[in-house]
Each structure stands twice: as C-alpha cells, then as structure tokens.
Design a protein around this ligand. Sequence first.
Ligand SMILES: C[S@@+](CC[C@H](N)C(=O)[O-])C[C@H]1O[C@@H](n2cnc3c(N)ncnc32)[C@H](O)[C@@H]1O
Length: 286
Amino acid sequence: MTEVPNIRQALLTGKHRLANLGDQATHECLILLQNVTQKTKVKLLAFDEELLEVEQYQRFIQLLERRAAGEPSAYIIEEKEFWSLPLKVTADVLIPRSDTELLVETALAVLANKQQANILDLGTGSGCIALALASELPQAQITACDRSPACLNIAQQNAKNLGLENISWHESDWFSALSVKPYDLIVSNPPYIAADDPDLASNVAEYEPTYALIAQDQGLADLNKIIQQAGDYLLEAGHLILEHGWQQAGQVQNALRQQGFSAIETRADLQGHERVSMAQYSSHVR
Ligand SMILES: C[S@@+](CC[C@H](N)C(=O)[O-])C[C@H]1O[C@@H](n2cnc3c(N)ncnc32)[C@H](O)[C@@H]1O
C-alpha cells in the first residue's frame, strides 16, 4: 500500500522540489494542494496534520512535476484570480497579471461620474479587464474583442460563470469589425514585447501564446495601431487607457501627442514601473 503524507509533509516535499522558485515555492505548492483537495489555503495551513488521500497525493505529485518543468500554475489548475474574480485560463490566453489591475483602477477613476459608459476592451484575452469593469459598473455597456476565437471562447465562459451579462464579444482585428464613435472609454493591454526582448522569461515564452505577447517594431506596432485609430471610435473628451512595457511610456506618450490626444498621463505599477498611460480625445486638435 502506498504511504501517504499529511499536508505538512506534502508541502515540504513540494517546497524542496520547487526550491528554484525561492520564497514563491510554498505559495505555488499551496495553489496545487488547494486544487487537489478543494480546501482553502487557510484550512490547509490550519489543519496541516491531516492526511491526504492516496489519489490526492498522487495527483499533487503529478501537478508538482509539471510546475517543476516550468509550466505556470495558472495553466496547471486552469484558473487565475484577477480583481478578486476567479477566471478560467487555458494555454490559449495570456495569464492575467496583477499589474493589469492598475489599468482597471485607472479606468474606474476616469469613469467615476459616468457609470453608464460605453467601453471598448481591445485584445480581451481571458476577458479579465472587461469582466473586472463589468463587475464594478453593472450599468456600463462593454464591447470586448480579440482576434483569437479561442480567447473569445474562454472569455465568454468566464462571463457566464460569473453571471456578467453587460458585455458583447466580437472577433475583430483591433477596430476592424467595430462601428465608429460610440465609446466613452477604450482600454487595451495589447502585445507590447519585442521579439528579442531579454526580459521575456523563457517559461513565459514557452507556455504563453506569442500572439498575446510579442509585437513588431520593438513591441510598439500594436500600441501605435490602436493610438492611430482610437480617435475615430472615441466620443468627444473620451479616454484611451493603454498598458505598455515599463520602458515604453515616452514613446507611447509621443504617439498620443502626435494623434492630438491631451491630458496625457502615465501611472506606475506596484514595482514603480511606468505601466499604464491615459489620454483624452478632442476632435479640435486633430
Ligand atoms: C497582452 S494580451 C492581453 C489579454 C488580456 N486583455 C489581459 O490583460 O490579460 C493581448 C491580447 O490581444 C490579442 N490580440 C493580438 N493581436 C490582436 C489584433 N490584431 N486584434 C485583436 N486582438 C489582438 C491577443 O489575442 C491577446 O488576447
């Protein structure tokens, strides 16, 4: 008969196997153990002398080996929390990053006095931004699009699981399938990494879809396309909010200025990296 450890021993085995992750190892093991036991983190830690079932331990070891090989835990358990919403993720979609919550915060600040806004989310992926905004602004009308039908499929499953209905989903190459001028706010976290960027961690490049990460022209091609066309889709005084690379703020600001945007501002993420730029559209200066 296979001997099974208790939760504490399983955590120790996992921590040892994922030693290369340093301080993150215990956190990652807990994510995997939560998945196999369906217990909360608090319960796992509070009752760590409880024995695992044989199947639970075997499954934990299988998941641990996938994590040790470099696969992100969000893909292993097919779930990632964003804006406190549990989202389904598969290898078709980018894993939502906590940095992107800054874009959501910025959007909510811009719409503080306009709860019924028309919002467009370009390159929705898992749907994380559109869903976070929909959960905060039930009266808003949100349009979310992506070029990838696989992404739209996951995003729509997420909307259904969360019971969020104020979003319409469209397959579109940026603005191509959309009608002009109805939006108070356009948000996007487009691909913005240069193909030869040394910061592109090998496990990210290996597991996450390159169509969600990499853009031509040193990572600026999609940002520039969106900035060039956004004015045709924004109402007067509407806002454009973009996530970008931490060294791209200057170039994004210049592109916004060239297209006649005003009130251009960049905000830094929790690491102090310039991550999100926002600007306001005015037809007079175009
Ligand atoms: C960086 S991911 C962002 C996903 C999600 N919004 C997030 O913040 O996690 C970029 C997304 O843009 C989509 N995308 C790439 N090129 C596109 C295009 N030409 N038109 C529309 N969507 C595109 C990708 O499929 C991907 O889902």
